[in-house]
Design a protein. Sequence first.
Length: 149
Amino acid sequence: MNATVTVSNNAPYNETITVMFTLQNITSTIFLSVNQTAPLLASAAINLTFTVQTQNLPRGNYTMIAHVLPVQGQTDMSNNTMTSLLQVHIPGDVNGDRIVNIIDLATVASRFGRRIGDLNYLPAADLNNDGVINIIDLSIVGSTFGRTG
């Protein structure tokens, strides 16, 4: 999974920024911590992408934290940190209840054919993240049907 962080420079001069990206669970155990440093032009924005390998993470909820380290002369740091939730669950477990069952199958089926931007498109039902809910997503639910975790 890729997490993209957008950093804006509101100052009238160029800066070099460092973003610290951390992934931790609810007990604050850190599973990933990485820094990226990049030049940032005056009054501009930059996107930094961090890759998280989720396949080996224990199932559960994680907090992704992106923190821009203060630059020289910065006095307001109120907007230097952003957090977001990451849920890791069994493939096919659309609703996150830790079991792949008829509810997950019905959820994918009821959204069949929907694409990103369509009314009733549900990202959680797009299990392979290709932007469309289709037979591939149904087959993912079918291949893991009955699994719990």
